[in-house]
Write a protein that binds this ligand. Structure first.
Ligand SMILES: NC(=O)c1ccc[n+]([C@@H]2O[C@H](COP(=O)([O-])OP(=O)(O)OC[C@H]3O[C@@H](n4cnc5c(N)ncnc54)[C@H](OP(=O)(O)O)[C@@H]3O)[C@@H](O)[C@H]2O)c1
Length: 434
């Protein structure tokens, strides 16, 4: 049978892993498919020939557009990252009859509309397994394995950098800045880590998960997003006393068609499986109506885990082509794209959960009562407290029963104005009923 020919755009971390995997597992992949997967060309601005990888000079080009337009290529694998020229090249690939594989969650979550519509119009497939969870096969799981169930909620640890920072802070007692600097030195965080630590990378991934889980479209800017830079060792220690672990969670819930979508530091019960996901691992915990809860765990980034997901998509496309399909079915997001409607979103003010609160206050009689009375006025009741030693300024640390976000924000603003409160109150949302 004729081989399936691949045009690779970008031979950096993930692209390099794909080249290695296609080479190392060539015999097994041929046996699985009944034909070869052949690397037909690699576009990259700084790549040089590499004998060990089989990258000869005739395979390498600086002209990505020409590679995409070549008629002998079946699948374009976009691993440049960023918005342009990745978007134009993907659109060009569909126009010229290729299927596409990409790991580019930033592009798909923000500009997916044009891309998915173009794929459907041209009858081409777009594989996106590597865009969420790296090596964790969560896209295919939601799309195929869980297709018969209705999903109620998705809780994801989907940013390995944040999870590494938070779990290392908890284990080592080092503070945020020190752990981040160490992560950058050891390649676990980008030189500019903003997209990761501000929660935006997780929001990109959550918007794709929402579509796959609930069948609605959600833009990343519709996800309430907070990062981890305000998390202190002090709050991690109090969380532990209350029986919680702090994680950056991407949370999406479907309540009768209204979608709650948020990314923020969250306290999860320390006995919950998500609490023990540490280091650069990712995990996605899904609650299905019929199946109940399942969790998917693995390395969420890195050369070979991510390359595994890319190669899985290449194989899926190869199988469709080998089966003689001239047009791919439009199911990359689990639904025909035209069937997807914009999500009806629950505003953040209406979200209700329990809260961890820490106030820094002067140690005067009656302070606790005055804080409790403001909270009470806004229907926020205290579930438990941590008592402190006497000092000129003391942390007043508590956990609330379920309260509305809007009520909490108004109460905290009012408490902050009181003279006995010496710093902005700290709050962290709690997901007790995971
Ligand atoms: N790294 C991971 O673990 C991971 C995990 C999941 C998803 N992803 C996604 O996978 C994609 C690739 O990530 P990566 O980590 O492999 O990136 P990377 O290491 O920076 O590799 C990108 C490669 O493409 C080249 N390139 C970029 N734009 C180009 C252009 N316009 N023309 C020619 N060459 C160009 C880069 O060259 P220069 O180096 O010269 O810029 C580099 O060699 C991104 O969308 C990322 O979000 C990555």
């Amino acid at each position: 049978m004729k081989p399936i020919r691949i045009g690779l755009l970008g031979c950096g971390t993930v692209g390099g892993g794909v080249v290695k995997l296609l080479r190392r597992h060539a015999a097994m992949l041929s046996a699985r498919l009944g034909t070869r997967l052949e690397l037909a060309g690699v576009a990259d601005r700084s790549l040089t020939p590499d004998r060990a990888l089989g990258l000869t000079s005739d395979l390498i080009t600086r002209d990505a557009a020409a590679l995409v337009a070549r008629p002998d290529i079946d699948v374009v694998v976009e691993l440049f990252g960023g918005i342009e020229p990745a978007r134009s090249l993907i659109l060009k690939a569909f126009e010229t009859g290729k299927d596409v594989v990409t790991a580019n969650k930033a592009l798909l979550s923000q500009h997916g509309d044009r891309i998915f519509k173009a794929a459907a119009r041209r009858g081409r497939f777009i594989g996106l397994e590597a865009s969420v969870g790296g090596g964790v096969p969560i896209i295919r799981t939601l799309r195929e394995a869980l297709v018969g169930d209705r999903q109620r909620a998705v809780y994801g640890i989907v940013n390995g950098t944040c999870n590494y920072i938070l779990s290392t802070m908890a284990e080592s007692g080092a503070d945020f800045a020190d752990v981040l600097a160490h992560a950058q030195r050891s390649g676990l965080a980008e030189a500019d880590p903003t997209l990761d630590i501000d929660g935006h990378d997780a929001a990109h991934k959550l918007s794709l998960l929402v579509t796959l889980a609930f069948g609605v479209l959600l833009k990343p800017n519709q996800v309430h997003t907070e990062g981890i830079s305000r998390i202190t060792l002090q709050d991690i220690a109090y969380a532990r006393e209350f029986g919680f672990t702090v994680k950056l969670l991407a949370i999406a819930k479907n309540e009768d068609g209204t979608i709650e979508a948020r990314v923020h530091p969250t306290m999860v019960p320390s006995r919950h499986p998500l609490a023990s996901v540490s280091g650069a691992y990712n995990a996605i915990y899904i609650q299905g109506e019929a199946l109940g809860s399942t969790m998917y765990l693995g390395l969420g980034a890195g050369e070979m885990p991510t390359a595994t997901a890319v190669v899985a998509d290449i194989v899926e496309i190869a199988r469709m082509r080998l089966a003689g399909a001239t047009e791919a079915s439009d199911h990359a997001l689990g639904y025909p794209y035209s069937a997807l409607k914009a999500a009806r979103i629950k505003p953040m003010e209406r979200v209700a959960c329990q809260y961890y609160l820490r106030f820094m206050a002067e140690d005067k009689p009656g302070v606790l009562g005055r804080i409790a009375s403001v909270l009470g006025r806004y229907r926020i009741s205290i579930a438990s407290m941590i008592q402190q030693e006497r000092a000129p300024q003391v942390p007043v640390v508590m956990r609330t029963h379920e309260a509305r976000e809007h009520d909490l924000m108004v109460a905290l603003t009012e408490i902050r104005r009181r003279k006995f409160v010496t710093a902005a109150p700290v709050f962290i949302r709690i997901e007790e009923q995971l």
